[in-house]
Design a protein around this ligand. Structure first.
Ligand SMILES: Cc1cc2nc3c(=O)[nH]c(=O)nc-3n(C[C@H](O)[C@H](O)[C@H](O)COP(=O)(O)O)c2cc1C
Length: 325
């Protein structure tokens, strides 16, 4: 595990600037936070909305990596150079997003269906004089794990600084088991530092993935880090989250979203998304869990959370969001 990096996966609406700052402050343990994807526009300038996530001020003191979602090399190139000017040390290309609107435009995992176009794109971005390392976050393919061989052969033509693999297909969306065998089959061929991602829930899972993938450079965790904000701290030998820590952290998060949105109601909606995962650090309580999402007033919302929290923090988070294929 020498030099292994623990990374928070990019998750739109969850691993926001607000979350990153507070998570880093309250729990630490995370070596890198990947910023949820930014789609660069044709006009070569980040929008105010982009800068809310990207500006150096909001990320001061926090180790972050920006991610771009694009299939137009010109847009990727200006944005990567602008990120370089902002002081970033890595830019990540999103080749995994399975959302309908994204793949319909041939972006994210939609780009994996057209390897000729992807090759042209990669040729162009890797010869454009971008001076910061380019990493890729990818799925195994569109609909069949057999595709991964060709995808990997394409990536091998370029000097990726890191290849992060979410071990699912686009057609899996977020369901079913991660397809470890498909990555294992090609492990010896991967010439870049490797990041593995998908369904690590506990520190035991992280140890298991580390062994299975022969000590990969990076373990990237998304949803389980929302469920158990102390997951990485524990993996590094630190303590589990106490109830008081969870209370302080989630209260601070709610307040910071209120401040960011200038709106308590919208902040509460955002906190509901977070609690969808956070509730899994407590004993199962289906009624209280439902009440979180049914609640219309802050009073009802906080009452539901109090009921969840009566279940005390568990040693390991439950995999409560698991869905069959
Ligand atoms: C709500 C949500 C938003 C996500 N947003 C992004 C994103 O912006 N960029 C990206 O590469 N992956 C995104 N993902 C995928 C995650 O980064 C990660 O690959 C996936 O959740 C599997 O890892 P996990 O099982 O540890 O959560 C998102 C996932 C979720 C659930």
């Amino acid at each position: 595990m020498n030099g292994q990096l623990l990374a928070a996966a990019p998750m739109e609406g969850l691993t926001t600037a607000v979350f990153r700052r507070l998570h880093h402050q309250y729990f630490g343990g995370t070596d890198l936070y990947y910023i949820p994807f930014i789609t660069p526009t044709v006009e070569p300038k980040f929008t105010d909305r982009h800068l809310k996530e990207l500006s150096p001020e909001v990320n001061a003191g926090i180790p972050v990596v920006p991610q771009l979602l694009s299939n137009r090399s010109a847009d990727f190139i200006w944005a990567a150079k602008a990120l370089q000017d902002l002081g970033y040390k890595e830019v990540n290309l999103n080749l995994g997003c399975p959302s309908g609107t994204v793949v319909a435009k041939g972006k994210g995992s939609g780009f994996l269906r057209d390897l000729y176009a992807l090759e042209r794109f990669l040729d162009e971005i890797f010869s454009a004089g971008i001076d910061i390392p380019i990493s890729i976050k990818t799925r195994l393919g569109w609909a069949n794990t057999e595709e991964f061989g060709d995808i990997l052969n394409l990536y091998k033509k370029y000097p990726l600084s890191l290849l992060i693999v979410h071990m699912r297909l686009k057609t899996d969306q977020y369901k079913g088991e991660v397809r470890k065998e498909a990555l294992l089959e090609h492990l010896d061929e991967i010439p870049f530092p490797l990041g593995v991602n998908g369904d690590m829930i506990t520190t035991a899972d992280m140890i298991d993935f580390s062994k299975t993938f022969r000590d990969p450079k990076m373990l990237m965790v998304g949803r389980a880090l929302m469920a158990d904000p102390a997951l990485f701290r524990k993996y590094k030998g630190g303590p589990a989250a106490s109830l008081e820590e969870i209370k302080n952290f989630t209260t601070a998060l709610f307040d910071a979203y209120t401040e960011a949105f200038q709106n308590r109601r919208n902040a509460m909606m955002r906190m509901k998304e977070f609690w969808f995962f956070q509730a899994n650090l407590f004993e199962e309580n289906p009624k209280a869990f439902k009440n979180i999402f049914k609640s219309k007033t802050e009073e009802d919302f906080l009452a539901a959370i109090e009921e969840i929290e009566a279940g005390r923090p568990l040693t390991d988070a439950r995999f409560g969001w698991k869905k069959p294929l």
